[in-house]
Write a protein that binds this ligand. Structure first.
Ligand code: GSH
Length: 207
């Protein structure tokens, strides 16, 4: 039995819900973090000493870090799994980029537009981050010029974290008008039932 700990408004948690939905995998969702709290309790810290969500429990196996979780699910349950070493390497490249570059920008922008109390928000940082997000949009738009998805014309693991953060950008009213291929990609993702269920219908942070 799979248990996913984490509030569904978190883009990192949405990655896990989405890949489970793509594979029609049943799981139990336990709300932790945000308005639910619980992530700093000693019980939770035994699962993840970083006090962050998501955490996955698969019977007695426990793993944290969203990207590691989706790779584990992909591998174990054969969901969006590749056997081609070049494709695996490219998936890893985009998954790393999605957290270390794009996701970091989106999380900063979310904090300074939505999450932090107004007096703690830094409008200069928010404006600088917005410009960085548009640079990332350009990288993604270039990548999507000739293909429907990040790696080719089929959904792959690389699309999962990127799609979750892209939806966050949509929620935050970022402007897609100069990035037609990226916008078409987002529309394509929205047509997938699994994306709709796991990402589009999720509540807004911090709920
Ligand atoms: N690198 C970690 C980042 C996890 C992370 O920062 N999670 C945030 C939510 S997106 C969190 O736990 N925040 C505390 C909370 O939700 O209360 C991962 O990918 O799992």
């Amino acid at each position: 039995m799979l248990t996913v700990y984490g509030r569904q408004s978190s883009a990192n948690v949405q990655k896990v819900h989405w890949i489970c939905a793509e594979g029609n995998l049943e799981f139990k969702a336990v709300n932790v973090g945000g308005k639910y709290g619980g992530h700093t309790s000693s019980e939770f810290k035994q699962m993840n000493p970083n006090s962050t969500v998501p955490v996955l429990m698969d019977d007695d196996f426990i793993i944290y870090e969203s990207n590691s979780i989706i790779k584990y699910i992909s591998d174990k349950f054969n969901v969006l799994k590749s056997h081609n070493s070049v494709k695996i390497a490219l998936n890893n490249q985009w998954i790393d980029w999605s957290s270390l570059v794009f996701g970091l920008q989106c999380a900063t922008y979310t904090a300074h537009n939505m999450l932090l109390p107004i007096e703690q928000r830094n409008p200069t940082l928010a404006a600088e981050t917005k410009e960085k997000i548009y640079l990332s949009f350009q990288i993604l738009d270039n990548q999507l010029q000739s293909d429907h998805f990040i790696l080719n014309n089929e959904l792959s693991l690389a699309d999962v974290p990127i799609g979750c953060w892209l939806h966050r950008c949509f929620i935050l009213d970022l402007d897609f008008s100069n990035f037609k291929s990226l916008k078409d990609f987002y529309i394509r993702l929205k047509e997938r039932r699994a994306f709709e269920k796991a990402v589009i219908s999720a509540p807004l942070p911090p709920n």
